[in-house]
Design a protein around this ligand. Structure first.
Ligand code: HMG
Length: 390
């Protein structure tokens, strides 16, 4: 019996800013962003969106399709948590009217926590093959205005249904992981923007990749040439490309530009126009690969590298299942990305500078264009959410 990813649904904000707009405001050549880091647009959450509404919106199509009925484990992975105590997943559980017979908790380890959720969920369904698990990876990536990280912001959520005999991807049992206590990127509890040692973070990302790959290769006996595609954690698309080039160089595998393009390009399409989604980023990449690859990927093995600053890296893999295309949400994702609204620089800065009030007062928030759910206000220190669908 196989275990792995049965359905995958992605959601991001209705609003985005073009990196040409940021380049003009910072007097930077736009090619630094478009070519140098490989990013074109970044998704910006409206003031009435947060990780709960993004996550619930990502899972909403699954709910509509009746896919959540057998879910008894809900893992919510985020580094943009909204409460020190209550798991954001419980709000999602309520908004999606899920059955009370469910374990729900929140996971944190920077961008790695989505993968931790997947591996824990696979353990759960392996032990309970008639049950399912829902992993939601949802984040808002924020760096200071004018900082080098600014162009690598973004937001989005991915809802991943884990089951026995999955329709999309069977996850291989072998994996390689690596932990090291480093300060490449972090966010103290009193800050809403991350702190980052940018260049150092790119080096740690690659070091953790090499170490994770060594263990994976040892356990699986596979070589880098045994994969049809790769999906990397995507803080910006050039990072994924550089990581794969460095991995191949380190282990003496020939890789020209054409091969690199064939192995990675489809997985980078969505991230290029959405930006970093932290915990969800690699899964945005996987969604992009499955949705947009013209070649039939059934039976093909995909190498997956997840990285979370601080740091934990994990290399693992999966095999795309026959008939996978029937279980995708391609049209929904295409509509979402094609029908967004572009922000002017001033609108971007206004939204960036808006912060959720923390004075304990009563607030009702204006309505922007969101998904099926919105963060409508605060009353008696409690966040209030509104469903915009029946
Ligand atoms: P920077 O230092 O301003 O950029 O920011 P740069 O000067 O290194 O330029 C970037 C690239 O653009 C360079 O290419 C330039 O040559 C090129 P490279 O040398 O790297 O090949 N360039 C141009 N290309 C074409 N035309 C031009 C032009 N000008 C320059 N005119 C940095 C880069 C990554 C430091 C910054 O974006 C940053 O701090 N980002 C945030 C941190 C980050 O994303 N780190 C990635 C690894 S850590 C990670 O992935 C974890 C994370 O997701 C968090 C988590 O785990 O929770 C971040």
């Amino acid at each position: 019996m196989n275990f792995g990813i049965d359905r995958i649904s992605f959601h991001t904000s209705h609003y985005y800013v073009d990196l040409k707009t940021i380049a003009a405001a910072r007097s930077v050549d736009p090619d630094k962003y478009y070519q140098g880091i490989g990013q074109e647009k970044m998704a910006i959450p409206s003031p009435d969106e947060d990780v709960v509404t993004l996550g619930a919106s990502a899972a909403y199509p699954l709910m509509k399709d009746g896919e959540l009925d057998e879910v008894e484990l809900l893992l919510f992975a985020t580094e943009s948590g909204i409460d020190h105590s209550k798991a954001a997943g419980i709000y999602v559980h309520g908004l999606l009217d899920m059955a009370p017979r469910c374990r729900t908790l929140e996971l944190k380890q920077a961008c790695y926590s989505g993968t931790a959720g997947i591996q824990l969920a696979i353990g759960f369904v392996a032990r309970n093959p008639t049950k399912k698990a829902l992993v939601i990876a949802s984040d808002v990536a924020r760096y200071e205005l004018g900082s080098p990280g600014e162009a690598t912001q973004g937001c989005g959520a991915v809802a991943i249904l884990i089951s026995a005999n999955p329709r999309l991807m069977a996850i291989d049992p072998e994996c390689g992981y690596y932990t090291e206590d480093v300060m490449d990127f972090w966010r103290p509890n009193y800050r809403s923007e991350a702190l980052v040692d940018g260049k150092y973070s790119t080096m740690v990302y690659i070091h953790a990749l090499i170490e994770s790959w060594k263990q994976y290769a040892e356990e699986s006996g596979r070589a880098l040439t045994d994969f049809d595609r790769f999906c990397y954690h995507i803080p910006f698309s050039k990072m994924a490309e550089k990581a794969h080039q460095k991995l191949c160089r380190k282990f003496k595998v020939d890789l020209d530009k054409q091969q690199l393009h064939r192995l990675l390009a489809e997985s980078l399409r969505y991230s290029r126009v959405v930006g970093n989604c932290y915990a969800g980023s690699m899964y945005v990449g996987l969604t992009s690969l499955l949705d947009t690859a013209e070649e039939d990927l059934a039976g093909k093995r995909v190498g997956l590298y997840s990285y979370g600053s601080g740091c934990v890296g994990e290399f693992f893999s999966g095999v795309v299942q026959p008939g996978y295309r029937d279980a995708l949400y391609v049209d929904q994702h295409r509509n979402l990305l094609e029908n967004r609204s572009e922000l002017t620089y001033q609108q971007y800065e206004d939204i960036f500078n808006y912060v959720v009030p923390t004075d304990g007062g009563e607030y009702v928030f204006p309505q922007y264009k969101t998904g099926p759910f919105r963060f409508s206000g605060i009353s008696q220190h409690k966040r209030e959410y509104e469903s915009l669908v029946d």
